[in-house]
Design a protein around this ligand. Structure first.
Ligand code: PAF
Length: 161
């Protein structure tokens, strides 16, 4: 299997979960994580900035998580602009950007999920069955890979906690 990582000035972009875990294990602490699905905007940057200020190492993940989309059309239409995202994160002085492909998060045969029970039927979950199962699962995967000391989520994600 090819493991690819590319460098843009001052940030390191890693696609492999194994490489990411290895790099994070030896990274300076504290380590902050901002999980995102990319298409970054000012709302994301308002999380990135304090995370940058409060941590020695700042990791931003960019992964459009199919498991939290009910409608395949919504997933297909989700905006993606990695080049622009990386430019923004370079300007915010992020250290590491994790951009896993699908198989890095959900390898073939993956079938272990975090089921949030009745909580998952409330708020957004009332309209999007399985949404919070997908969010909880991907966040747990990201936490396991990155091992952050601190993670920053947006206010809209309050309903996910
Ligand atoms: O809110 C989001 O952008 C996503 O739900 C998250 C937390 C990155 C998980 O995919």
């Amino acid at each position: 299997m090819w493991v690819r990582s590319m460098r843009v000035p001052s940030i390191r972009v890693i696609e492999s979960a194994g490489e990411m875990a290895q790099v994070c294990r030896t990274a300076g602490r504290t380590l902050g994580l901002v999980p995102t699905m990319g298409a970054l905007h000012e709302g994301h940057l308002s999380l990135v900035r304090p995370a940058r200020a409060e941590n020695k190492t700042l990791v931003v993940s960019i992964f459009v998580n199919p498991a939290q989309f009910g409608n395949p059309q919504d997933l297909a239409g989700y905006p993606r602009d990695l080049e622009r995202d990386l430019e923004l994160l370079k300007n915010e002085d992020a250290d590491l950007v994790f951009t896993p492909g699908l198989s890095q998060i959900y390898p073939p045969g993956f079938d272990t999920w975090i089921d949030v029970g009745a909580l998952g039927d409330k708020l957004e979950g009332a309209h999007r069955p399985g949404h919070f199962r997908g969010v909880a699962t991907v966040v747990a995967k990201l936490f396991n890979i990155v091992g952050p000391d601190l993670a920053c989520f947006g206010q809209k994600d309050g309903q996910q906690s």
